[in-house]
Design a protein around this ligand. Sequence first.
Ligand code: BG6
Length: 488
Amino acid sequence: MSFDLVLFGGTGDLAWRKLMPALFQAFRHGNLPKGGRIIGVGRDEQSDNQYRQWLKARFDDVELAKRPSPEEFARFAELIAFQRMDLSRPADYPLLAARLAERQADTVVMYLATAPSLFTTVCEQLAGAGLNTPRTRVVLEKPLGHDLASNRAINATVGRVLSEDQVFRIDHYLGKPSVQNLFALRFGNALFEPLWRRETISHIEITMAEELGVEKRGSFYDHTGALRDMVQNHALQLLCAIGMEPPIAAQADDIRNEKLKVLRSLKPWTPETLQQHVVRGQYARGSVGGVAVPGYLEEPGVNPASTTETFVALRTEIANWRWAGVPFYIRTGKRLGARDARIVVNFRAVPHAIFPVPAGVANQLVINLQPKDGLELHLLAQGAHKRGAANQGLPSLSPVHLDLDFDSRFGSERVGAYERLLLDVIDGRLNLFVRSDEQEQAWSWVEPILQHWQADPQGPRPYAAGSWGPSASSAMIARDGYCWHEEA
Ligand code: BG6
């Protein structure tokens, strides 16, 4: 099957940091279908060869194991071409049409790694140049809009020129092997299903912590913030994966229908819950990994009086029969104590304790997403018996855990998120992409938080870089009698 992959934003950050390295890995692993062509699109005139040379130099910044040897790059470069285009100029689109007409690839993928403000223009112009054929697939990077209205506007324009099954809305978390294993855990194993409900689970934590600050994306981030950047998409997708019902099959719409039901079941916000169940923070100076780092307001590109949040913690519930009353806590932030993404499923304590158990300790299933990728099952066991201990000689139970490390188990067999997702687009598999109604539902759920913040004079709470966010985040979960997993 031949394909043309047109990379709008071909000289941009995402292209050379993530997409080209992922395409190269797919090529190296022999997964890229034969007969492919990758056309980088950029504003400045350059030849195919100049673009290849530019790209070759960019690979020097890629981690060593993922860097091509000169021979490998020479073979990979044969697939690569360049097309100059100013995306805001309708007259430039026929240039791309001519390039694509050089051959009739079976599939034409248009990857919009551009500013989201260009999405509607590009889609309309593609249609204007007759490039929205049944062979066309469009990939849209997040953020798709700034709020519900702008998201709907983009989806409406895209929907006028392409059918829904031609649109691949990327959420790279869904491409992570660890997230796929979450689906495997839930729907490929019978073990946990009977326990996956309100009767046995007390609460669930979803943490996505980063050590990094805003890096060079200060001005983008300052208009975005953690709620739009991480919660509206990645965190809610994880919540769906944990909370959804088993789909009837692994077809894209079977999965997406179930995720949509979770999003529609999220408890609506009230003035009280907005006040008590959402915490926003902004990092101040501090130290991460022993290195002093500046505060958010000192970062390049950031407005020194900015009230943009770099941290969010919130509590929600899925109001349905399976989950009614079970709190789901979400927490994400930049410049936190460690790079750590994990989901902790906390089980209820035994209904009647005959052994002495340390306070607050019960079974937990910890789903490590990154940097570790694996599962830990926390159980209680008896250690050494000490004669004369309290409670008629019964020693108290101690926590022990079973530890499954997917990285060492599967190691090099695994493919990275972007590699997986790019191959899925080329093959036309929509399972791991977000449907427009799902995305709109997620926006409508975060919208009241955005509105509440706009009207709230308090602004984000400062936290020291390298900490775990403002103390209000621990206080929020403590009001329910719990604490975040790393604080246990
Ligand atoms: C992106 C956000 O979607 O995800 C970034 O825009 C964030 O701000 C990144 O750093 C985190 O992804 P990962 O894969 O490093 O956890």
